[in-house]
Design a protein around this ligand. Sequence first.
Ligand SMILES: *Cc1c(COP(=O)(O)O)cnc(C)c1O
Length: 399
Amino acid sequence: MDTMTRTRFRPTTRKVQFVDLRRQHEELAEEINAAIQSVLTSNAFVLGEEVGAFEEEFAEFCGVKHCVGVGSGLDALTLALRALDIGPGDEVILPANTFIATALAVTQVGAMPVLVDHDPETYNLDPRRLTAAITRRTRAIIPVHLYGQPADMDQIRIIAEEHGLTVLEDACQAHGAFYKGRRCGSLGQAAAFSFYPGKNLGACGDGGAVVTNDDEVADHIRRLRNYGSLVKYHHENRGTNSRLDSIQAAVLRVKLRRLDAWNDARRRTADMYRAKLADLPVVPPVTAESRDHVYHLYVIRCAHRDRLLDHLNRHNVSAGIHYPIPIHRQPAYEDNCIVSAPLSCTESLCGELLSLPMHPHMTSDDVEAVVDSIREFYDRLSSRRIEQMVDSVVTGATV
Ligand SMILES: *Cc1c(COP(=O)(O)O)cnc(C)c1O
């Protein structure tokens, strides 16, 4: 009985998923079913009216002139680089701590990724390290709004303008996030979004989009995504096949109407986490001044990361690591990227970062269960430490 009342060893039985799409789709079941049904009735499965309507709505949402729907976030980045005329011989700067797709896009167009370290607090590309990475081959910078927090765009833009560089935002984790009153996606020459199901705005399959104010870039991507053609069987470019399909567009139109409310819910969950984690030896995410955060991921810094992750996963809490191996340590990029200065933050923090469950349908009970389990881990760790110290005093050994 005694141990039952002690919260220290209360077992966590509640299952907390990393992302819970089932709850999201339950909220919208009727609307999504109707949207899919209308595509089935229309028989327009590729591009078509729903895609056009979504493109208009998402461009308006982002506060830009154009949105071009494509097959994935990776394709959005790749086609944007192609349309911005970046290719063999060019260098493109990106943060070292990002999802591999940011680098893949650069190498897919034949250019060379140049990796730059991140800021130790926000985990976003550190503008103070940009100038040293610029050479006469540098053509573009891809800031990633990592985990849902906009990068330091003013500083990045100033340096880009000084050196005549293009800025392509990787906004794949930042749908709806504001930077000084403007949405991510409207802060560079062009921006890439992913609608992978787990993103803040996710389809029921793969999807992506490029948004831009540049008429020519938008036109170019419209051709590239569709065999290099705007008029059937007339091919101006050697394009590809990467089109947003109509069912995904119809689903995205329904979900776009919820995006701001869902991002608010993520922020409330983040507030709950912050309050409950306050007395634990972990560092919650830091939002820089005049920055917004849409918490695509809720990433903490913590000691004994791998053991904590293992503990959580064994106790019904699914947590993750974003990202366990930096790009320059991946076999695919060992000889295919440039690291001009030490990536000390990336190297040291990749062993300490842990992503806790985060999605718009999390309840306070979910948050409680996650934090209880983290508390249990550190309590056990410190009581084991004390036992070891007592043992060593008894046996006369030194700790
Ligand atoms: C998800 C993601 C991508 C790639 O999107 P896909 O749709 O999966 O191709 C690119 N960059 C970042 C930062 C991402 O998180």
